[in-house]
Design a protein around this ligand. Structure first.
Ligand code: NCD
Length: 347
């Protein structure tokens, strides 16, 4: 597929009225993309990951244009169905879909018929009857997007389900690392995921994609927030890929190439896992002094939302090594790429 020459990615002004969109035969479909849904990164092959990265490059180029809008998804109904609070992920999906000229509808579960007892299955069927061809879903229950996919005729995109998966976050993290690591590859790099790993769908999806890409991943935090991860590493991610689990912060940070801090997810936490946020900050917070253990040019990341002064010090979050705003910006490009690939696979 010659992505850059796809007429559906030409500036919108060039093709308005030209009838170009994924349904038109003159548009090269995203040929090698075999997936109808994106529920997690665990189904993505290395070729799939490469295709997402290359498609994201094209979307970054689209975003740099004076009018960052292309007609690739014109006429496509994309519904954001969010059962959980979100700022960046929801807005990012909305901006991404609008940049592709999709017809975007936002449903916030707390203001929908869900509050009247409507089931997820009924909601999904209703949205399909109302024209949705892609549903982007965030849900507090692990597995909810899989149930939605069973009852929806279009594509389901998981925007985070419980503590299970957050595939587009892992993809934007991979893209951001590759864009900033010397040599542009994560293979052989030491990547530390630090904090509330237990409750983190971001950590789980990143463990899949980063180990697949050959990174040496370390997860670090209080032992209570690492429960079960030893067993997963022993079993091997995908049956064979190991990672390191430790509460030894100094060992984790030493010579790290990337440090990704995670929010303490109080809303998912049972009592007794953590004495207090103050103690967590004192023992595991990413401060400038601790970051000095990592490589001098180590990249600092955080999926957001941040609790500055808890898992990350404000001066580290805003420091010269921080890629936190790059992650947010790349999130739009990665989500445009995924929407484009899903639509192309079904066109
Ligand atoms: C994360 C999430 O919701 O999974 N944020 C995000 O999507 N960028 C992490 C979190 O809530 O801490």
């Amino acid at each position: 597929m010659k992505l850059a020459s796809d007429p559906a990615l030409a500036p919108a002004t060039d093709v308005i009225g030209a009838g170009v969109g994924p349904d038109d035969e003159n548009v090269a479909p995203a040929g090698r993309w075999p997936h109808r849904h994106l529920l997690d990164v665990d189904v993505l092959s290395l070729d799939d990951l490469e295709l997402v990265m290359r498609t994201t490059d094209t979307m970054v180029e689209v975003l740099a244009r004076p009018i960052p809008k292309v007609p690739a998804l014109r006429g496509w109904g994309v519904t954001n169905l969010f059962y959980e609070a979100s700022t960046r992920t929801r807005v990012s999906f909305e901006v991404a879909a609008k940049n592709l000229s999709a017809d975007v509808v936002n449903v916030t579960a707390s203001a929908s018929s869900v509050t009247k007892g409507e089931s997820l299955i009924d909601t999904v069927r209703t949205l399909e009857a109302l024209g949705a061809r892609v549903i982007v879903i965030r849900h507090a229950t692990s597995g909810a997007p899989y149930l939605a996919a069973e009852h929806f005729g279009g594509s389901v995109l998981n925007a985070g389900d419980g503590a299970h998966a957050h595939p587009t976050q892992a993809l934007l993290d991979l893209y951001t690392m590759r864009a900033h690591l010397p040599g542009g590859a994560v293979a052989g790099r030491k990547v530390v995921i630090l904090g509330d790993v237990l409750h983190s769908r971001v950590a789980r999806s990143n463990l899949w994609s980063l180990t697949a890409a050959g990174a040496h991943v370390w997860v670090c935090g209080p032992a209570t927030l690492l429960r079960g991860f030893d067993a997963w590493s022993a079993a091997g991610v995908g049956g064979s890929r190991r990672f390191t689990v430790t509460s030894d912060l100094e060992a984790a940070l030493r010579d790290a190439d990337v440090v990704m801090a995670l929010r303490i997810q109080r809303e998912r936490m049972q009592s007794g896992l953590l004495p207090s946020l103050r103690e967590y900050a004192a023992r595991f917070g990413l401060t400038r002094e601790r970051l000095a253990l990592a490589r001098p040019e180590a990249l600092v990341m955080h999926p957001g939302p941040m609790n500055e002064g808890v898992e990350i010090a404000p001066d580290v979050a805003a420091g010269s090594q921080s890629l936190i705003t790059d992650q947010v910006a790349n999130g739009v490009a990665v989500r445009m790429a995924i929407l484009y690939l899903l639509a192309g696979a079904r066109a």
